[in-house]
Design a binder for this molecule. Structure first.
Ligand SMILES: Nc1ncnc2c1ncn2[C@@H]1O[C@H](COP(=O)(O)OP(=O)(O)OP(=O)(O)O)[C@@H](O)[C@H]1O
Ligand SMILES: [Mg+2]
Length: 361
C-alpha cells in the first residue's frame, strides 16, 4: 500500500499544497517551523481521522480560516482509493472513502495501516497511564474492528456510572439495583477488552523484545508488563470491593480504564533509571514492534512516518532503520529532518527510489 498524492487546503500552516510521492521513500526537509511535521500529521489524519499531535480538532484548521480539507490518493491491493478528511468549524468531521462518507469515523480505522515514530513518543514513557492505554488501544483497533466499538461502549457506560455516583452524593441516596445494572454491563465489555489486551500483549511482547535487541545490539534485560487489577480478580468482584471508595470519590476507581503498561530495565522503571539512549531505543523498538504486528495482521506493509529521525537516533541507527526499507519488509516511508544533506546522504546508501521535498523554498 502506498500514498501517491496528497493535497492540503487550510491544514495548519498550509493554505494550499499538493504533493506527488515516491512509492518508497519521501523526505521533507527545511528549517524549524516550516511544516514538515504538519505534512506527516496530515498523512496520519487520513489513516486515523485525527491529528497525532493536536487532539483539539479545530486547532488543525489554519488560523483565520474555518475549514480544512486533506485529500489522499492511495494504491492498496492494486486498487485506487481516494480518502478525504475534512472539518468545518461547528460541524462534525467527515471522512470519505471514494466519495462516500463513513457513518462512523471509527469504521475507517485500520483501512490504511500506519505507524508514526516521533519525538513526542517520549510521552509514552514520561506521561500518565492514559498515553500507554491509548497506544495499546490504537494498535489493537487497527486490526480488530470490534475492539474500538466495545471500548466506546465501555466508556459510555462508565461515564453513566460516574454520573450516578455523583447523583448519589448530591441527593444523599444510594440505589444498589441501578448501580448493579451498570456493573453488569461494564463487566461484560470490560472483560472482553481485558482478554483482548492480554492476548495482544502475548503476541506483541516477544516482537518488541526482538526489535529492542536488533536496534540496541544488546540483550539488556528489558521488559514490558501488563498491569491490570483484572489479572487477579473479576471486574464484578472489584466493583463490590471498591464500592465505598467509589462512593467517596464519586467516580469508578477500578476497571480497564485504569490499566497500565510497565516499562522496565531489569527490575527498575525505565522512566527513572534508563539512560536517554536506552529510552530512545525502547521507544523505537515499541514502534517497530507495532509496525511488525500490524503488518502481520493486515497482511500489508503499513506506511511508516519517521518524524525528526535524527532526534531519536544517531547516524548508525538511522542507517539501520533506513536499510530495513530495502527489505521487502517495509513499504512506503516518509521522513522529516532539518538537514537535507545528512538525510540524502543516508538515503543514497541504500539505492532505493526516493524523493526530496524542500519545504519553504
Ligand atoms: N492551525 C494552525 N494555523 C496556522 N499555522 C499553524 C497551525 N498549527 C500549527 N501551525 C504552524 O505550523 C508550524 C509548525 O510546523 P511543524 O511542526 O510542521 O514544523 P517543522 O517543520 O516540523 O519544524 P521542526 O523542525 O521544528 O520540527 C508553526 O509555525 C506553527 O505556527
Ligand atoms: Mg517537526
Amino acid at each position: 500500500m502506498f500514498l501517491k498524492k496528497l493535497s492540503l487546503i487550510n491544514y495548519k500552516n498550509f493554505s494550499s499544497e499538493n504533493f506527488e510521492f515516491d512509492n518508497k521513500i519521501n523526505c521533507f526537509v527545511g528549517q524549524n517551523g516550516i511544516g514538515k511535521t504538519n505534512v506527516l500529521d496530515a498523512i496520519y489524519h487520513l489513516s486515523f481521522g485525527k491529528s497525532y499531535f493536536n487532539p483539539i480538532a479545530t486547532q488543525n484548521i489554519k488560523h483565520g480560516e474555518d475549514f480544512f480539507v486533506i485529500e489522499g490518493n492511495f494504491e492498496k491491493n492494486d486498487r485506487e482509493e481516494k480518502i478525504v478528511c475534512s472539518l468545518k468549524k461547528g460541524a462534525k468531521k467527515i471522512i470519505k472513502k471514494n466519495s462516500k462518507a463513513y457513518d462512523k469515523l471509527s469504521d475507517h480505522i485500520g483501512f490504511l495501516p500506519l505507524v508514526i515514530i516521533s519525538p513526542s513518543d517520549r510521552d509514552l514513557i514520561t506521561e500518565g497511564s492514559d498515553t500507554r492505554r491509548k497506544f495499546i488501544d490504537g494498535v489493537i483497533s487497527q486490526s480488530d474492528k470490534g475492539y474500538l466499538q466495545t471500548l466506546l461502549k465501555y466508556n459510555k457506560i462508565l461515564s453513566q456510572r460516574n454520573s450516578l455516583l455523583k447523583y448519589f452524593t448530591a441527593n444523599q441516596t444510594f440505589d444498589k439495583t441501578t448501580l448493579s445494572v451498570y456493573n453488569e454491563q461494564l463487566d461484560g465489555y470490560g472483560t472482553e477488552i481485558f482478554n483482548k489486551r492480554v492476548a495482544f500483549l502475548e503476541t506483541f511482547i516477544p516482537i518488541f523484545k526482538e526489535q529492542y535487541k536488533v536496534i540496541s545490539g544488546d540483550s539488556e534485560n528489558i521488559s514490558l508488563v501488563y498491569d491490570s487489577k483484572l489479572l487477579n480478580d473479576s471486574l464484578l468482584n472489584l466493583f463490590d470491593k471498591n464500592i465505598d471508595k467509589d462512593r467517596a470519590l464519586q467516580y469508578t476507581s477500578v476497571g480497564i480504564h485504569k490499566d497500565d503498561l510497565n516499562f522496565n530495565l531489569g527490575e527498575y522503571p525505565i522512566k527513572k533509571f534508563g539512560s536517554q539512549g536506552q529510552q530512545k531505543s525502547f521507544l523505537i523498538a515499541l514502534k517497530l514492534a507495532q509496525f511488525h504486528f500490524i503488518k502481520a495482521q493486515a497482511n500489508t506493509n503499513p506506511i511508516l512516518l519517521l518524524d525528526d529521525i535524527f532526534d531519536k537516533l544517531d547516524e548508525n541507527r538511522v542507517s539501520h532503520i533506513i536499510s530495513l526499507v530495502n527489505d521487502e519488509n517495509f513499504g512506503q516511508l516518509f521522513i522529516s529532518d532539518t538537514h537535507a544533506d545528512r538525510t540524502e546522504a543516508v538515503i543514497k546508501t541504500i539505492h532505493q527510489s526516493y524523493k526530496m521535498f524542500k519545504l519553504g523554498s
